[in-house]
Write a protein that binds this ligand. Structure first.
Ligand code: SF4
Length: 58
């Protein structure tokens, strides 16, 4: 569990190893946001590229 909430980065992705589990914040000091689309037009087109699956093997 990571308790170092960065109040500048709100996040509800609790399956990410960087999520501050006790509140909806990221624990990293900075993140990278990107896209998987060639011409992003909606918020669904954007991704947190700092995401890392909690308890993941890879
Ligand atoms: S790295 Fe991205 S997905 Fe993971 S907790 Fe931080 S903001 Fe959320």
């Amino acid at each position: 569990m990571n308790e170092n909430a960065n109040k500048s980065i709100q996040c509800s992705v609790t399956s990410c190893r960087h999520h501050c589990q006790s509140a909806d914040y990221c624990s990293l000091s900075a993140i990278k946001v990107g896209t998987h689309e060639t011409d992003p037009s909606q918020k669904q087109c954007t991704d947190c590229q700092s995401f890392s699956l909690k308890n993941g093997c890879c």
